[in-house]
Design a binder for this molecule. Structure first.
Ligand code: F6R
Length: 362
């Protein structure tokens, strides 16, 4: 049941601290990542590229993975959506690691890509939320996210636990391949452990997001902009908004806007700015100035150690943690923003039009 919540989506948003805690409880032993499988150091040393195959929200988790896995392992990472990958005669050999991300473990296009990868001899790791699903049954290396059943069509707790799994895989491979020193590894594990309470803190601040949503709910077009790993979080945040509020939203790498889409920014197009990555903050400030000059309403989401920007219409502040881990916090206000905006528009949150929870057709 909904346990007193109005919709499954908001219930599942609020279950995220618990979902993260459960998943960590299974895959951290003391100060070590402990995955349910072992790949030998020799095998790991051979890997020369990683491809993540997924659809929809899971593919956006993969896009965050691109940043964090490259950082942790120094192996190049590419993300492919299932429906494209399966028909492109993909280049696969035994030096490639493939990661399959699927909440349901049943998405037809993702599974077709997975089977192709197995057939062509890649090493394949699956991440799924459903024990006994096709992904769970057909792969030797599987991480089960322990988010509990996800009922809402709009995926939330599955996404954050997929991100968590990618951190665990990255820390595991990075350590085995000597890309992470002992201190950084220890700090990273400590950061993972504090995520649940940080997420709870953001959820307790939901009123601030609700106020912003009430303003945004009357618009029909929006942009989400960010740099570095804030960008794939913008992709997922805009995807959530589209699915449940039916507002047209696009995500851009903040630096790309002026190469075309800036022509669409007017006072009628609010811009959600994600400013949680310190080393690119100065660049974000200049991109925000560009959209301000077009009179757009600006909502800036930043963490508490990043300075506030003048003349923005609203600010949402999240806790500061190491840059590498902010995506898992930064998505929370965007989930809430999509939810409350859709609520103000009177939408059916758990049953958005035209969509199904699990896409088992091609
Ligand atoms: C988004 C959403 C879809 C799914 C996609 C993949 O909120 O629900 O985009 O993420 O259909 O589903 P799984 O992860 O089950 O393969």
């Amino acid at each position: 049941g909904k346990n007193g919540y109005e919709d499954y989506m908001i219930k599942e948003i609020f279950e995220q601290p618990q979902a993260i805690r459960q998943t960590l409880g299974s895959y951290l032993k003391g100060d070590e990542v402990s995955l349910p499988f072992i790949i030998s150091k020799e095998e790991l040393d051979k890997i020369d590229s990683i491809t993540i195959i997924a659809c929809g929200t899971a593919s956006y988790a993969g896009r965050v993975g691109e940043y964090l896995l490259e950082k942790l392992t120094r192996i190049p990472v590419k993300v492919e959506v299932g429906s494209e990958y399966r028909y492109k005669d993909p280049i696969i050999d035994d030096k490639k690691l493939i990661i399959i991300l699927s909440q349901s473990g049943e998405t037809a296009d993702t599974i077709a890509g997975m089977r192709e990868a197995i057939k062509r001899g890649a090493k394949v790791i699956g991440v799924t939320n459903v024990k006994g699903s096709t992904v769970s049954r057909e792969l030797e290396y599987v991480i089960h996210t322990l988010a509990g059943p996800e009922v809402s069509v709009a995926s939330t707790k599955a996404f954050t636990t997929q991100l968590l799994s990618l951190y665990l895989i990255g820390l595991y491979i990075g350590k085995e391949r000597d890309q992470i020193d002992a201190e950084k590894y220890k700090q990273s594990i400590d950061t993972l452990r504090i995520l649940p309470e940080k997420i709870s803190g953001i959820l307790n601040n939901k009123k601030a997001v609700e106020e912003v949503a009430s303003k945004l709910s009357k618009y029909e077009n929006m942009f989400y902009i960010g740099r570095n790993s804030d960008f794939p979080i913008c992709l997922e945040g805009s995807h959530k908004l589209k699915e449940i509020s039916y507002i047209h939203a696009e995500a851009y790498e903040a630096g790309e806007l002026k190469h075309g889409a800036l022509a669409l920014v007017t006072e009628d197009v609010p811009v959600i700015c994600l400013s949680t990555i310190e080393h690119v903050f100065d660049k974000m400030v200049s991109n925000i100035t560009e959209v301000q000059a077009r009179k757009a309403i600006i909502i800036n989401i930043r963490h508490e150690n990043i300075p506030s920007i003048d003349n923005v219409d609203s600010e949402i502040i999240i806790p500061a943690i190491d840059d590498l881990f902010t995506p898992i916090l930064a998505i929370i206000p965007l989930q809430l923003l999509a939810y409350y905006t859709a609520k103000f528009r009177g939408c059916d949150i758990d049953q958005p039009r035209n969509l199904a929870k699990s896409v088992t057709v091609e």
